[in-house]
Design a protein. Sequence first.
Length: 355
Amino acid sequence: MVEWLAGNRIRGTSTERTSTSGFNPVSAVSGGWKEIGRTTLGSAGDTIDVSSLPDKRYYMILADFIADGRLDPRLTFNADTGSNYSQRTSYNGGSDSTSTSRSDVSGANRQAGGTNLFGYYYISNLSSKEKLLQHWWANTHAGAGAGTAPERTEWVAKWTNTSNAIDQVTSTNADTGDFDTGSEIVVLGWDTDNDHTNFWEELASVELSSAGDQIDSGTFTAKKYLWIQFYEKNSGNANVKPRFNNDSGSNYAWRWSENGGSETTSTSQSEIGTWIWQSQPAFYNMFVVNNASNEKLLIGHVVNRNTAGAGNAVGSAEWVGKWDNTSNQITRVTINNDASGDYDTGSFIKVWGHD
């Protein structure tokens, strides 16, 4: 007998839920991204510190840095300022630079002084191994407005401690300004001991049942952080051009690189233009910081199948964008096609979010 709870959840014993025999067995599910630490500044300052973190195998960190003057954020772990960090960095798709035996990790483009920064990190946090980091930044560049393209930074780094798990994350500004009020660091942790409550709440999920030139998330609940995924199953040539809250004004700017090539920038556009290999399926991921009173900053990645078969390399692209709206949060995403083909049946958009 099945007993249904609120939200169409099924009650059952742990044996029933994890059994691998019998009719319609259900595999065990473990883990999930859980918020394990957050510090939000109540007044402007040079340091954002998140301490007393539990030992989790993996971390995901969201950083929303609102600028009061110039920012140059430096990252350290467990208050370690010894020469125990190294990194590899690329600004705006340029050549990599490396730096070793550092006292911190520095990843933001200092040419963008006085502008807001949004970034996210993934960290492998096994206590007995060096800690490996991946990180991406977007910043508003030379001030507000869709007339300037945002800038992007990507880097990898390591902290060479092999005795301790990370239990403290600190960002310190090394430039002349401050992190303004509301700036914050949010730390998510993952391991198999987490319960099934996920930081990322599903806000929208729409799949096309017939071919068309638009896929629309519909209106969803506003959240400060958004994670948007889009799968383009094309019929003929199709472009991918996101738009927010049905805003078709010249309020978007973006920076884009395909397959590690030269950067393309575009300003004062009516959407985020993310075309790539129009005739092949593609999968898009983007993270957004969605403060009502600030320009919305986006970091995106896309993989394209290219011609089918293992004999043909996939395509990739990386991009950052901004929506020049400082009055409203994003509550709707539409993906639009202006090429000769369509988005085919099975194309979908999913939106997750959290405050």
